[in-house]
Design a binder for this molecule. Sequence first.
Ligand code: NAP
Length: 498
Amino acid sequence: MTTQYDAVIVGAGFGGMGAAIQLNRLGYDNLLILDRESDLGGTWHVNRYPGLAVDIPSATYSYSFEPNPYWSRLFAPGDELKRYAAHVAQKYDIRRFMRFNTAVTGAVWDAEHEHWTVSVRGSTPVTAKYLFAATGFLSQPKKPDIDGIDTFAGKVIHTTDWDDGYDLTGKRAAVIGTGATGVQLIPEVAKVVRELTVYQRTPIWVSPKLDFSVPKAVQRAFAAVPLIQRVARFAGSALLEMLMVTGVLHYRQLPLANKLGERLCRAYLARQVRDRQLRRKLTPNYTFGCKRPTFSNDYFPTFTKDHVHLETAPIARVDETGIVTVAGDRRDIDVLLLATGFDLWETNFPAIETIGREGRNLGKWWRENRFQAYEGVAVPKFPNYISLNSPYSYSGLSYFTTIESQMRHIDRLFTVMRRRGADTFEVTERANDAFLARMTERVGDTVFELGQCATANSYYFNPHGEATLLRPSSTVNAFREARRFPVDDYAFGSPVGR
Ligand code: NAP
């Protein structure tokens, strides 16, 4: 039985595209990228809600090897990200590998033929020597399990499935959810609706967003002298690392960093909202960093508008015409906007059923043991498998830090494998155990262990209560290890030895 592809990559977002570019650089040209959506871009294809923008400076939130001098703002709007994704695919000639509207339903390691058999809904399975899961972290929308929600007779829109044809003007709207998406969406919705009620379960730490449009002259300078933009990227990344990563990961040594973050957000809230009771409702009761904080200049002031109401009593039920809280207050609405985020742990680890050597089921194994992956990419008994969205894989605040450190890991792994005349790899149990022990120890220093995180409802924590999403190390460490991990952490198998 011949193997059809060198590699199958599941997901045509920035992670999957990074993997394809890296494999192409290594000389693999027989690739297949499968995506259930109708086009590339992952989260930036799916999300189109009003107010969508990056919340990491754009020079940092992009591939370092493909800077875009033409970002219109420091924090670019969502549609520019989608265009950037299309540009990268075109320039690196990887669109030809992509097949859209193709949902992958599972993957099984075929030990006899030493390849992966990947099942595709409504089509025949495909086989590949290597399998890359690039299914994202925030890709399975969470529909809230609220009593009666299906009986609502008005319009319901989840932020990942925005209905561009629906006009919110003059409507009575409700938003459920005050995460990073809600923070972007709520001010925009408030501008056009007649009445807006925001249902908040957990408040979010919000700091000022130093956003501005990038003058054309600066864009031209970035284009003419890319070094200038590289310096801007470096400065932005270093600042984010200092502000958002160091304090979180080194909470034991530097609790002051988080305290400062909290102080800044509190002072900002106090300046924007005079009403004490409203301020109290908008103030989180968990330590800064337990959950991803966000930036906005118009989120808090939105709640001071007469037609905007902040509801903090839990929702009891939704009925045909509106929402009723446990306190018995009801509000009739025309449209229900769900900014309720994503299922991570339940449906995304892994996003497809993945069966490795000796029948090991990845999802079951993670649940029955602990969520773990060597260097955030490899798992014992899963040969020739790289999982880009694994426990401990998210490094730094910009997702591109994760992607590019993983590209380096792939580069080293495949280079060594081929130098040894091998074509299979599998991380050893010993290396995986040592990595897990090291990460577990490091998490002990973080805000997740030492801060007040119990009330944060943070998706950084897995169902076992462990903070296993973020890699508890600096981004410099992640890059260093990607370049220098001991190659004997992997066992290689060569065709000649078989
Ligand atoms: P999220 O952070 O998970 O927030 C979901 C919100 O919905 C939370 O406030 C949650 O409350 C609430 N919620 C969920 N189920 C509920 C229920 N049954 N009843 C009441 N409230 C409920 O999701 P998100 O805002 O979509 O953001 C997810 C991540 O996406 C962000 O952390 C960020 O990393 C990324 N993001 C990035 C950008 C950007 O870069 N531009 C923009 C948006 C999002 P609890 O907190 O109590 O669970």
